[in-house]
Design a binder for this molecule. Structure first.
Ligand SMILES: [Zn+2]
Length: 253
């Protein structure tokens, strides 16, 4: 992948990487999550810095995971430096069912742009598609563009180590869109690294998407502090009264 990026400006690198990552289907809970981890790992391994230091890219497989999903790590270590910044992002996406008839094009940004350029049913989307400023595709927003930003920044600092005052740790997590088991498992790895290299984690930057707060809001927000997630689930169980005659034990309920 690096060959494709080499001559590009940083913003162009982000776009190229986003397209590349979107093209890999990585719906949460499918083997696509393993494929995207392999893709991210191979992108990292193509960077000249990691070609020279292959040991600084590694994966962490989730314990007892039926799909063998994994987190991907890459580390740029400054000699004697303890201060460390973590760039983290998730690699899975939600499903593509909501694309309906466009399902086949859900991972093809160019095809979707062409489609929406002619989409007069929604002039707003049509205008965006015609502007050339928008990238369509499942995960383009949440959050493969965020993965791409982290990869681009990591590449930049690997090429400009003199601008680094500390260490940079890249972390790509699997299983975000439901249980967060990727990030939870990664905590062990972060603790292990901290002890092994005497690190001090100064800040963790999560590049997941931001969105306007109201119609027409042009402000770009940066949120800071701790983030949490509440997963609300409903389990509703009924009693099959119409089959009660065949299942007498149900009557007891
Ligand atoms: Zn996200």
């Amino acid at each position: 992948m690096y060959q494709k990026l080499e001559k590009l400006l940083d913003a162009q690198r982000v776009e190229a990487l986003t397209r590349e990552l979107v093209s890999v289907k990585s719906v949460n809970g499918t083997s696509g999550e393993v494929a995207i981890a392999a893709k991210v790992e191979s992108i990292l391994r193509s960077f000249p810095f990691f070609q020279q230091h292959p040991e600084w890219v590694w994966t962490q497989e989730l314990v007892n995971d039926r799909l063998g999903r994994k987190n991907v790590f890459a580390f740029i270590k400054k000699d004697e430096a303890a201060k460390t910044i973590i760039y983290h992002s998730h690699m899975d996406t939600v499903g593509i069912e909501d694309f309906g008839a466009l399902k086949e094009a859900a991972l093809d940004s160019d095809k979707l742009t062409e489609y929406f350029k002619k989409y007069s049913e929604d002039p707003d989307i049509q205008k965006d598609a015609c502007s050339g400023d928008w990238l369509f595709g499942r995960g383009a927003l949440d959050m493969k563009s965020g993965d791409a930003v982290n990869l681009t920044n990591l590449l930049y600092y690997s090429e400009h180590p003199q601008e680094m005052a500390g260490n940079l740790l890249f972390m790509g997590n699997c299983v975000e869109e439901n249980d967060h088991s990727g990030a939870i498992a990664a905590l062990d790895e972060l603790e292990k690294l901290k002890k092994q290299y005497h690190l001090s984690y100064e800040v963790a930057i999560n590049t997941d998407f931001i969105s306007p707060k109201y119609e027409g809001d042009q402000q770009k927000y940066i949120y800071y502090g701790a983030a949490g997630k509440a997963l609300t689930c409903f389990y509703i169980k009924g009693i099959e009264t119409h089959v009660a005659i065949h299942m007498p034990e149900l009557i007891l309920h």
